[in-house]
Design a binder for this molecule. Structure first.
Ligand code: FAD
Ligand code: SF4
Length: 517
């Protein structure tokens, strides 16, 4: 007897290469549905490059599958369905013979809930399959998180990372880390010093093809007011391009990745970073391949262990860890605000028009490329948002909007959990805060700035420095007892009460005039 057709919904960040984990069992009778919907670009005010990247990768994926299954693909601007739920509802109403709906687990709890609700309304069974892209499944993470080795709910990436190294055998020999240590931070994370970086290898660029160009036109037409530029769009949009980007990184930048991982330099947006997050997050690239290539570079002598370990830690450790944390605290993110921060987001976050050279550089390159590297996100924009007490929801929505690699499962825990300490100590042991002295040490931004990193008060005072001391005083009751904050409070206590009063007064002025920082 002929079976009723099933419906397979492919989401925009589930563009795995063949064999696709959702589509491998599809028969010619089954339906496959993909849709470009406005809501995914408008629920936060998405950067044009972010929307273009998603839609171009989706259209390339559809081109690959079009003749191999019964694919329905809805193009942006050619239909009036606003959300994926509306698309699903409309499709099933027109194809009532659909027996079941299947989807890989979404990377956004909001969308996951919407799809469950929609299937219920349609009275069709929904199967949500685990995404084999990740090295640690959600239930495995939960199992790890509940093991007896921690006495509290406060999870630490370092323990998770070691567990993942042991489970996968990556950079391991006889259950011990290769090189005799788990961590090479002492050799990594230097600044460039006065002379600046050596010549920076330019990353490979992927010139927009016909498909990408048509997406760019559509995005400019449908979202003309959205932030960001498409002038420099050169991101990989297919699995082949993603592999070429990986190869380019392994050969040209991995050997120095660790050493310059935290450094920043005016006019250098990419430095030795991999630029692979977006390709991995769209699933064009398998993290196992990325890790294997990096490990092979160490084994064949092409890259030092410190660089390779530093890089592997980001993918096997941080990337998998934040995903586990995202789902573990799924309900916390929409309202997370442990420090009761309430300042609105300054307008210059959308323009880069600020006198603070470090913020200007990070935001300007973000608007230009949809990219800033980790320390720019954490210790420049994130640090400022935390010190200034910007409202976590506004900040998280900004990060979700402006980065090409932004998807809820990775953006929310990084922004709310790590950068803003908005779920307290559940993800990091202390807030990541630093004064202008840190930014001065790790970059040359301060040289071209209207502010002075060492000045705490007065019109020339670095906003980071003023707000750093003010932050410690503002959150004294909550943070002083934290052993990892002991040094910061010891330094605060060295300031006279007159100095502390002057800082508080100046911080007040700075916060009242935050739009003109
Ligand atoms: P590299 O510096 O080359 O690092 C290698 C890879 O490691 C990255 O491609 C990424 O896949 C992984 N990685 C490194 N750090 C992290 C981390 N903390 N969490 C998850 N993966 C990590 N990353 C995203 O992919 N999407 C986001 O929306 C995102 N938002 C962030 C927001 C804030 C406030 C902060 C502090 C970090 C955020 N990150 C996010 C993590 C990190 O900054 C980016 O993954 C990285 O900058 C991407 O550039 P890259 O590919 O050149 O990374
Ligand atoms: Fe940034 Fe302060 Fe340095 Fe200016 S002085 S670049 S605001 S850290």
């Amino acid at each position: 007897m002929r079976q009723k057709p099933r419906l397979f919904l492919v989401l925009g960040d589930q563009l795995h290469p063949d064999p696709h984990p959702l589509l491998s069992g599809v028969t010619p009778d089954d339906f496959v549905l993909m849709a470009e919907v406005a809501e995914e670009s408008t629920h936060v005010w998405s950067h044009k490059a972010r929307t273009t990247l998603f839609l171009s990768a989706m259209r390339h994926f559809a081109a690959h599958w079009r003749n191999r299954c019964r694919l329905t693909y809805l193009l942006l601007g050619t239909h009036s369905l606003h959300s994926l739920s509306e698309v699903l509802e409309d499709f099933v109403l027109h194809h009532p013979e659909v027996s079941t709906i299947s989807v890989l687990e979404p990377g956004d709890a909001r969308l996951a809930r919407a799809l469950v609700d929609c299937a219920q309304r349609l009275q069709k069974p929904l199967t949500v399959l685990p995404d084999p892209h990740f090295l640690c499944a959600r239930d495995e993470f939960e199992h790890w998180a509940q093991r007896g080795e921690r006495s509290t709910d406060n999870l630490r990436m370092e323990f998770f990372y070691r567990w993942m190294r042991r489970r996968t055998g990556v950079l391991m020999r006889d259950d011990l880390p290769v090189g005799g240590q788990w961590n090479f931070d002492a050799e990594n994370r230097s600044g460039f010093g006065k002379n600046g970086p050596p010549p920076v290898p330019l990353p490979v660029r992927f010139v927009p093809d016909v498909i990408t160009q048509s997406v760019m036109r559509d995005v400019e037409q449908v979202f003309p007011e959205h932030p960001g530029s498409l002038a420099d769009f050169a991101w990989p949009v297919t699995p082949d391009e993603a592999r070429a980007a990986l190869h380019d990184f392994i050969v040209h930048r991995l050997p120095s990745f660790g050493q310059w991982q935290d450094a920043m330099w005016q006019g250098e947006a990419f430095l030795w970073h991999s630029l692979l997050a977006a390709a991995m997050n769209l699933k064009l690239l398998d993290p196992r391949d990325v890790i294997a290539e990096a490990e092979a570079a160490y084994l064949n002598g092409a890259a030092p262990l410190a660089a390779v370990e530093g890089f592997v830690r980001q993918i096997l450790g941080w990337r998998e860890f934040v995903r586990g944390v995202y789902w573990r605290h799924e309900s916390a993110w929409p309202t997370a605000n442990a420090l009761n921060a309430a300042q609105p987001l300054p307008q210059w976050f959308w323009t880069g028009q600020t006198g603070a050279a470090c913020l200007k550089a990070a935001i300007t390159q973000t608007l230009e490329f949809g990219y800033a590297h980790h320390i720019q996100r954490l210790m420049v924009t994130g640090n400022f948002a935390l010190l200034a007490g910007l409202h976590p929801r506004a900040v998280a929505d900004w990060y979700l909007a402006v980065y090409v690699d932004a998807i809820a499962w990775v953006e929310e825990p990084n922004t709310l959990g790590m950068a803003l300490f908005a779920i307290g100590g559940r993800m990091t042991s202390k807030p990541y805060i630093a004064s202008g002295a840190y930014i001065k040490r790790m970059s040359n931004y301060c040289k071209g700035c209207v502010y002075r990193p060492e000045a705490r008060t007065g019109p020339k005072a670095c906003p980071f420095t003023t707000l750093y001391w003010d932050f410690l005083m503002r959150h004294d009751a909550m943070l002083r007892a934290n052993p990892r904050m002991a040094m910061a409070y010891k330094n605060l206590d060295r300031l006279t009460s007159e100095e502390q009063t002057a800082i508080r007064a100046w911080a007040q002025i700075r916060l009242e005039q935050i739009d003109s920082v």
